[in-house]
Design a protein around this ligand. Structure first.
Ligand SMILES: C[S@@+](CC[C@H](N)C(=O)[O-])C[C@H]1O[C@@H](n2cnc3c(N)ncnc32)[C@H](O)[C@@H]1O
Length: 298
């Protein structure tokens, strides 16, 4: 791996692996607006005018699945930390039961190697989890995990932007969908398709629990010249891409796909990048959207 590549990995690692801190510790706040940028940061964003060529952009889109699969070939199951905060942060996972003994059906969309899925299976004995990812390697890692058992989970390969989830998950059968750092990896023009696909398998009244990169996150400011694909959309050295959401854009996307917003807030955190000895400002969006029980008039 080149130094540049490894720096990018650190960037992603910083972004996603240090999220096990409980909510509302000092340094983490829920916020109505994203963070303010410094003048240097504003200047940096202003100078980013040149976009990656259309040819390269098409290639990245065509090779999106391959690039994520290679990511898992390189990193196996060692990259992201288990996300033990999920039940803490999304109390719905427990609270959305109508009665205590109700078995919840979950879909973990874009499950990776199961860093969210397995802590959930360990925490809650009364859930069944469907888990999908478009990387065949990631799905295989999920199936090889000692906690994987077909009575409690079903992992399958699926490109959320192309393949019908309902080929593997009965329509209208899922209580809760988790979408954790996945939509940001999808091309902005295909995000609505992915959400409509999810909507189809969700029960009316069911919810989507969402966490992903927010606008002006430190990771967005770190991209070097030549990485910009479009408005708030960048490519990493390894060919994987990342979009940074404003809450307005996210709400619009979900609403266009037939959901209603329940919660949609920025989470602002200061984290220390030990390697560089600096304090960095992280911005995430943490949101909940529901599928209405009756069709909303458009
Ligand atoms: C940053 S990882 C997050 C993985 C997991 N949700 C977690 O929290 O650890 C993003 C995941 O999204 C998957 N992904 C990206 N685009 C996808 C698509 N169109 N369909 C299905 N999975 C996709 C990637 O393969 C990758 O595993």
């Amino acid at each position: 791996m080149s130094t540049q590549e490894s720096a990018e990995m650190t960037q992603t690692k910083d972004t996603e692996s240090r999220e096990d801190t409980p909510r509302c510790l000092s340094g983490q706040t829920e916020s109505y607006s994203s963070r303010d940028l410094t003048q240097d940061e504003l200047d940096k964003l202003k100078t980013e005018r040149v976009l990656v060529s259309e040819f390269k952009q098409l290639k990245l889109e065509k090779e999106a699945q391959k690039n994520w699969d290679l990511f898992y070939k390189r990193n196996t199951t060692n990259f992201f930390k288990d996300r033990h905060w999920t039940t803490r942060e999304f109390e719905e996972l427990k609270a959305c039961r109508e009665f205590e003994s109700q078995k919840l059906v979950l879909l973990e969309a874009g499950c990776g190697v199961g860093n969210c899925l397995f802590p959930l299976l360990e925490d809650d004995l009364n859930i069944f989890v469907y888990a999908c990812d478009f990387s065949p390697r990631a799905v295989e890692f999920v199936k090889q995990n000692p906690l994987y058992c077909p009575e409690r989970c079903c992992a399958f390969q699926c490109d959320l932007t192309k393949e019908d989830l309902s080929d593997n998950v009965p329509e209208g059968s899922v209580d809760v969908v988790t979408l954790i750092f996945v939509l940001s990896a999808v091309h902005p023009e295909k995000m609505k398709m992915a959400l409509e696909n999810i909507n189809k398998v969700l029960k009316p009244g069911g919810i989507v629990l969402f966490r992903d990169y927010g606008l002006n996150d430190h990771a967005m400011l770190r991209f070097k010249a030549g990485s910009k694909l479009g408005e708030n959309f960048y490519v990493r050295q390894d060919g994987t891409r990342s979009y940074f959401f404003s809450k307005e854009r996210l709400a619009q996307l979900f609403e266009e796909a037939g959901f209603v917003s329940v919660v949609n807030d920025y989470v602002l955190r200061e984290t220390v990048n030990k390697k560089e000895g600096i304090c960095v400002q992280r911005v995430f969006l943490q949101s909940k959207f529901t599928k209405p029980t009756v069709t909303q008039p458009s």
